[in-house]
Design a binder for this molecule. Structure first.
Ligand SMILES: O=P(O)(O)OC[C@H]1O[C@H](O[C@H]2O[C@H](CO)[C@@H](O)[C@H](O)[C@H]2O)[C@H](O)[C@@H](O)[C@@H]1O
Length: 257
């Protein structure tokens, strides 16, 4: 695969850009369990500076719930699309439009938890989305995917299965990062600015597509295989270094090499 060029540094203070950030694998290195990731003060300060410089045109766009995002980044609160856009908080201190857990998904979650009883598989119940994490038990990934695919046949239409490298998620069809980003770009704080989206995963490709269609800048972190993003950054450290340059931090050795 041809290496993607790095994105040019942007000036966050230029009133030109709206920034959308995926979290896991983009801002935070992956950990064996979703609750094992940590946000350090350096990242918090960077996000606070970026939010100020961008005039508030900064939002998380993540598969996590907004409640989980707030716990991770406390005391920082940003506008956020959680659960791939099934939840929104349109302004930093606004209300969360949260999504509940339908009865059929609750029943399925119980069934799958019993199936994996004693195995090192974490079942994350996120309202209408069910995630099975096998990062700590990679040998169980194929079984987890099979179980969720079989369950799809029993559920009412309107769900899809999104397999990943370390787990699988069952989610409503309308959960998509592209639509989540567009919901923000219609708001006064974001509109008229060029959208920029950093993501690292298959689930971010839908966001890249929307960004490309809307004349924005799509950046895939640690690109592997096909991507719609025209730009790439090697990993989380490179993504943080690039964001720091955009926010006017002095160059570090790693960033300038
Ligand atoms: O859209 P994102 O912000 O990238 O969120 C995607 C999922 O992230 C979390 O799971 C992933 O990260 C965990 C911590 O590194 C890791 O243990 C897990 O294997 C990954 O799938 C989160 O728990 C999910 O709810 C998000 O959908």
């Amino acid at each position: 695969m041809k290496a993607l060029p790095q994105p040019p540094p942007l000036n966050f203070e230029a009133d030109e850009f709206a920034l959308f950030l995926d979290i896991d694998g983009t801002l935070l290195e992956h950990a064996a369990h979703p609750d094992a990731v940590r946000v350090d003060d350096d990242l918090l300060a960077l996000l606070q500076a970026a939010e100020r410089q961008l005039g508030g045109a900064l939002a998380f766009v993540t598969g996590r719930s907004i409640a989980a995002v707030d716990r991770l980044f406390a005391p920082l609160r940003l506008p956020a699309a959680g659960l791939y856009g099934l939840e929104h908080r349109l302004s930093a201190n606004g209300p969360v439009e949260a999504a509940g857990e339908p009865a059929d998904i609750a029943a399925l979650a119980e069934e799958i938890a019993a199936e994996f009883d004693g195995a090192n598989v974490y079942i994350e119940r996120k309202g209408p989305i069910l995630a099975l994490h096998t990062r700590a038990a990679p040998q169980l990934l194929a079984r987890a995917i099979r179980l969720v695919e079989q369950a799809l046949d029993r559920l009412p239409p309107g769900y899809r299965v999104l397999p990943g490298n370390a787990g699988v998620e069952l989610m409503p069809l309308e959960a998509a990062k592209g639509a989540a980003i567009r919901r923000f770009t219609e708001l006064p704080a974001f509109t008229g600015r060029r959208p920029v989206f950093l993501g690292d995963d298959t689930s971010d490709e839908n966001g890249f597509q929307a960004i490309n269609e809307d004349g924005g800048i799509a950046i895939r972190v640690r690109p592997q295989g096909d991507t719609l993003a025209p730009y790439g950054l090697g990993g989380v450290p490179e993504a943080i270094s690039w964001l720091k340059r955009c926010a006017g931090y002095p160059p570090t050795k790693a960033a300038s090499s």
